[in-house]
Write a protein that binds this ligand. Structure first.
Ligand code: 1GP
Length: 244
């Protein structure tokens, strides 16, 4: 439980964590090497690894390269059960609790369970909630679910509470990769106020001030993917904003 313990400890002590999302479809080997290098120097805490849809067969090679090059833990953030890879350190075992698609609440998990049980991956039961970020995102389309409206903090709070009472250990509020609007700060504050699970916030965060805003509002882990794919030089700036 090293990854999860470190998340709990961070949440208790107010030490914010920065996760860089690597969608393997979006990187070449050369770019990934640069990202690893810059992330090590910038003090990135985790690599979240995965995407809604993988069209290039790079996952295995990329995870091997990261594990060989640095100590930053690789946490799978899988779009589907084909993305389970035993070379990673852990996996967010996501239940899409904002949606009403039974396959993503429990169905795919049944298929994945025996592989995960037989692996050494640290499995982190995660309540995954999609929040409307102002545009239709790949994850919204692929999951065939409606996101929670951005102004409905009370629905987000009740959904998060239900996840907590069901025994989930981590909460991830996601506006979806490339969202026009990140998760509203008020929603982050409200969810943080009423729940005790470590809170991960991602989707549509592009600037250090947005990252710092999410962190100050109550995010224990801030995730950025898309903006870093566009500009690797953002990594140290985001890291400083989140960690300070
Ligand atoms: C998406 O939360 C992640 O699932 C990160 O989103 O790519 O927009 O940073 P971005």
């Amino acid at each position: 439980m090293q990854i999860y313990s470190s998340l709990v400890q961070g949440a208790q002590e107010g030490n914010k964590r920065f996760a860089v999302l690597i969608d393997p479809d979006k990187y070449s080997m050369e770019q990934l090497k640069k990202l690893i290098n810059i992330s090590q120097k910038a003090g990135v805490d985790f690599f979240f690894f995965g995407g809604s849809l993988l069209t290039r067969d790079q996952q295995d090679l990329f995870i091997k390269l990261i594990k060989k090059s640095c100590d930053i833990p690789v946490v799978l953030f899988p779009g589907n059960h084909f993305q389970i890879n035993i070379k990673a350190d852990g996996i967010l075992f996501l239940s899409l609790i904002s949606g009403r698609n039974p396959e993503l609440l429990i169905g795919k998990h049944v298929v994945a369970a025996p592989y995960l049980k037989a692996s050494k991956l640290e499995v982190i039961p995660t309540g995954y909630m999609l929040i409307d970020g102002g545009n239709r995102t790949t994850v919204g389309y692929m999951s065939n679910t409606d996101p929670i409206p951005a102004e409905k903090s009370e629905i987000a709070v009740c959904t998060a509470l239900a996840g907590e009472l069901l025994g989930l250990r981590l909460l991830y509020l996601d506006a979806g990769s490339g969202a026009s609007n990140p998760i509203p700060l008020n929603m982050i504050k409200q969810v943080k106020k009423y729940t005790t699970m470590p809170l991960v916030i991602g989707g549509g965060i592009r600037t250090p001030s947005q990252a710092s805003g999410a962190s100050k509002a109550g995010a224990d882990v801030v995730v950025v993917g898309n903006a870093i794919e566009q500009d690797l030089k953002l990594v140290p700036k985001l890291s400083e904003a989140i960690h300070s």
